[in-house]
Ligand binder design. Structure first.
Ligand SMILES: *Cc1c(COP(=O)(O)O)cnc(C)c1O
Length: 426
């Protein structure tokens, strides 16, 4: 198709964008016509930072030339390779560096932290999650309930949208927490809900749960690198996230975890242990007894997966250079622009599920095409055929996530125009 040029509004917004230069620091996939695709899928897999290839190549070269000596020499000795991520990750999730660690993968970290933070008693054994929760989180929670001998039918509480509504209400979550009261062991919720893109109120919900004596874990898979979070100040007990979505750490990147410092200092906390969680000073004394490191590092199992972490160094450098404050401001402007275009051109044809309020939306807009899943699927296929990469989530949601590091206002405009074309809008 011949593309109409960007409107004056899109050109002005891109011209004034202080982060515009970051786009060239990412490799973006190509569209069927050989041009750069409009990549709006960073909520699922962030694109490759150019520098990621260099970081990986460096590790391979050190492996080739130093082999085992790479554990102790080179620019970032592998023995402590994970440690370089603590400070930049802590800045993104609102934590102290000692409260965060890059390790394992998301669901593994969730199960590991549930071992420590879901310790039910007969009286207090229920877990509250959202409906519909991301399947992996639900599987993990249900498996933990069963592991402890509780039936999910009784012990799993789910809070969903009210009939006829799409979004969770903070008041409903708080009410569910209060209803469960002294039977509630744990609340596990997402910082940003994967299907709707709704940002939850981490602070208010954490406070409500702690008032009832429950522990609180957050899954930040869709929140980290997307919206600011303040885990420490909110008082969250633990959190987990992956690094391959907004963070652009690469497919299957090693993930992250947060443990509040009030727990990180508790060496007596039950946990599944491995040698990399053992006190670094005495790890190689090879003694029989496990002595945990202080902080989140004490939950590590194995020596760091260096190749799975190397791209993350490149990605976090981009986040630090851009700054989460500037990224968030541009992100809100991009989604506001998209909302405005959809309201002007596609009212009645597309419903935006994601909340309108700034505080309740991140990069992602979840769209539903009027008329059921079939026209939705067709519109999504048309977007894909024209080089707009988003994703489709069953049963009927198109997710488009303009990301401030590499997307432009002109791209947002183009995606909305193509949607309109696919839906036969004038
Ligand atoms: C993406 C995502 C996952 C993925 O889990 P992995 O262990 O990384 O495969 C889990 N939970 C949520 C909420 C997610 O958004």
């Amino acid at each position: 198709m011949t593309e109409p040029p960007p409107s004056a509004a899109a050109r002005a917004a891109d011209g004034a964008d202080a982060l515009a230069a970051f786009r060239e620091r990412f490799r973006l996939p190509l569209a069927p016509d050989g041009e750069r695709a409009v990549y709006l899928c960073g909520n699922s897999l962030g694109p490759m930072p150019v520098a990621a290839a260099e970081r990986v190549a460096e590790v391979l070269e050190l492996w080739a030339t130093l082999a085992v000596r790479g554990h102790h020499s080179g620019p970032a000795p592998w023995m402590h390779y994970h440690a370089q991520f603590a400070a930049p990750l802590a800045r993104l999730v609102g934590a102290a560096p000692g409260e965060v660690v890059a390790m394992n993968t998301l669901t593994v970290n969730l199960n590991l932290l549930l071992v420590s933070f879901y310790r039910p008693t007969r009286a207090r054994h229920r877990i509250l999650i959202e409906r519909p929760a991301f399947p992996s989180d639900r599987y993990a929670v249900v498996s933990q309930l069963r592991f402890h001998g509780y039936a999910p039918e009784e012990a799993l509480l789910e809070v969903g949208a009210r009939p006829g509504e799409e979004l969770l209400r903070t008041e409903d979550i708080v009410a569910a927490i209060e209803r469960a009261g002294a039977t509630l062991a744990l609340v596990l919720l997402p910082g940003v809900q994967y299907l709707t893109g709704q940002v939850l109120d981490v602070e208010a919900i954490t406070r409500a749960a702690r008032r009832q004596g429950a522990l609180v874990g957050w899954d930040l898979a869709h929140a980290i690198g997307n919206v600011p979070v303040a885990l420490h100040d909110a008082g969250a007990d633990f959190a987990v996230w992956c690094h391959y979505k907004y963070l652009c750490g690469g497919p299957g990147a090693a993930a992250g975890a947060f443990v509040h410092e009030r727990h990180g200092r508790d060496a007596g906390l039950p946990r599944f242990a491995g040698w990399w969680g053992h006190d670094a000073a005495t790890r190689f004394a090879m003694g029989p007894d496990f002595v945990p490191m202080a902080g989140a590092e004490g939950w590590q199992q194995s020596n760091p997966p260096v190749l799975a972490l190397a791209p993350l160094a490149a990605a976090l450098a981009e986040f630090d250079a851009a700054g989460l404050g500037r990224l968030r401001a541009k992100s809100l402007a991009l989604t506001a622009f998209a909302r405005q275009l959809i309201a002007a051109r596609l009212a009645g044809r597309i419903a935006i599920i994601t909340p309108a309020a700034d505080a309740e939306r991140g990069c992602q807009l979840s769209l539903r095409v009027a008329g059921g899943p079939e026209p939705g699927r067709r519109a999504f296929a048309a977007l894909t055929a024209h080089g707009v990469i988003g994703d489709w989530r069953e049963p009927d949601v198109i997710r488009l996530a303009p990301a401030p590091l590499y997307n432009t206002f002109a791209e947002v405009e183009r995606a909305v125009a193509l949607l309109g074309q696919a839906l036969g809008a004038p």
